[in-house]
Design a binder for this molecule. Structure first.
Ligand code: MLT
Length: 258
């Protein structure tokens, strides 16, 4: 399905995939900073943001194929740099494994390669059912927002957190349920990591409660050609919470590819 997207800037293509239950607007700072040197394309994934929300489950591989379809629609045939935050990272890993020729480098931010344990998948299914029944994404926002930012960050960035919460509340219940079920049934990619030999940046917020630094370090160690960057004063959404440090790490990585 065709995704809604932003596409701006000159130079080599960098595609950025947002997390859940978010949309492409989380990349505003990166689009501005990196976009002066690179063509930054930030889509809304299936069912999220301004992209249509079909009925049913959104398997991560289908979300990945949507991104490849967008590249085809834009006639981008050269290998790109692909970045993904959390759920966007699951999608990016699917592309790295299933469409390796489309990529020249990867950026995996606050994400992991393994699948949901059965308990976590059950919680997602239960949450998806509640969202559908109520036609309201409130339960997901209430569950996720406190896990994105630790307590001191919630105080320090109160207006950013409030604005993000408002935006999350506009998400489509059908899209949120579809993505929850897709994440709950995603494949374990751990065994595929050794085959991903392109340069990869693994980035994580030092205070990430969802994918803690230990998870990111394990991911970086399993990838043959990875560099690891830990962003201080940031939780799960490092590019949003500490854009200066995240952008510096991203730019350094992109420039190392030249
Ligand atoms: C995200 O930020 O995309 C989510 O935390 C991913 C997840 O729930 O597994």
């Amino acid at each position: 399905m065709l995704l809604d997207y932003d596409d701006d800037g000159p130079g080599p293509v960098v595609v950025l995939l947002h997390g859940f239950p978010l949309d492409r607007t989380i990349w505003a700072s990166q689009a501005k900073t990196i976009g002066s040197m690179y063509r930054v394309i930030a889509p809304d994934l299936r069912g999220q943001g301004r992209t249509a929300a079909p009925v049913g489950i959104y398997p991560i591989d289908d979300m990945a194929d949507d991104v490849v379809e967008l590249l085809d629609a834009l006639k981008i045939t050269e290998p790109i740099v692909l970045g993904g935050l959390s759920m966007g990272g699951y999608v990016a890993l699917s592309i790295a494994v299933r469409h390796p020729k489309r990529l020249r480098a990867l950026m995996l931010i606050g994400t992991r390669a393994d699948a949901d344990p059965p308990d976590a998948a059950r919680v997602r299914e239960e949450l998806a059912g509640r969202v559908e029944a109520a036609g309201d994404v409130g339960p997901v926002v209430d569950a996720m927002l406190p896990r994105f930012f630790n307590e001191s960050a919630r105080e320090r960035h109160a207006s950013v957190v409030a604005a993000l919460g408002e935006r999350m509340r506009t998400a489509s219940p059908r899209g949120v349920a579809g993505a929850l079920r897709g994440m709950g049934s995603r494949p374990d990619r751990s065994a595929d990591l050794a085959r991903i030999t392109i340069p990869t940046l693994v980035m994580v917020g030092a205070d990430d409660a969802i994918t803690p630094p230990a998870v990111a370090r394990t991911l970086a160690e399993a990838l043959p050609n990875a560099v690891y960057a830990e962003i201080p004063e940031a939780g799960h959404l490092a590019p949003l919470e500490n854009p200066a440090a995240a952008n510096a790490a991203i730019l350094q990585f992109l420039q190392s590819l030249a």
